[in-house]
Ligand binder design. Structure first.
Ligand code: SF4
Ligand code: SF4
Length: 157
């Protein structure tokens, strides 16, 4: 008798499981065919950093070092230099002669962006950062000044 009860219970559970499978079969999939289909991300998604310029081309970064100081993983290196008044690089007295972010250390917390008083370092939407060597993942100032064009759709929220 208990074997019959167990068999009926098992059958009910199988039917329940089949019901769940059938329900999901007709739902819109949450996965996308990447890279053919770009993924949708939220506007506040924190991806690869970008250094910003003013409209006149001058760099926003004044090499204050706050981003490096606040970074919990020590991923940012800033080397400051004095601006030449005839040919300034930034709007401040100093500019970043060298600015590097080690992406193998970065945990994408966004503290650097929050700490920057000039809005110079922002986190963009690029997430495809894989490379073949560790050295390629230390991004130079020149790389960070180059705006990325990520293959994504930013959700309208
Ligand atoms: S996102 Fe966070 S861990 Fe990455 S560089 Fe900025 S402060 Fe450092
Ligand atoms: S990116 Fe911002 S916080 Fe970092 S050194 Fe430049 S101005 Fe300072």
């Amino acid at each position: 008798m208990s074997a019959l009860v167990n068999a009926v219970k098992g059958l009910i559970q199988h039917l329940r499981a089949m019901g769940i499978t059938l329900r999901y079969l007709f739902m819109k999939p949450v996965t996308v065919q990447y890279p053919e289909q770009p993924p949708e991300i939220y506007p506040r998604f924190r991806g690869r950093h970008e250094l910003q310029r003013y409209e006149n081309g001058l760099e926003r970064c004044v090499a204050c070092g706050l981003c490096a100081a606040v970074c919990p993983s020590g991923a940012i290196y800033v080397e400051a230099a004095e601006n030449d008044p005839e040919h300034p690089v930034s709007l401040g007295e100093r500019y970043a002669k060298r600015y590097e972010i080690n992406m193998t250390r970065c945990i994408f917390c966004g503290y650097c962006e929050e700490a920057c008083p000039k809005g110079a370092i922002v986190m963009g939407h690029e997430f495809a950062l894989a490379d073949f060597g560790r050295h390629e993942l230390v991004y130079s100032k020149e790389q960070l000044l180059e705006p990325a064009h990520p293959h994504v759709i930013v959700k309208q929220v």
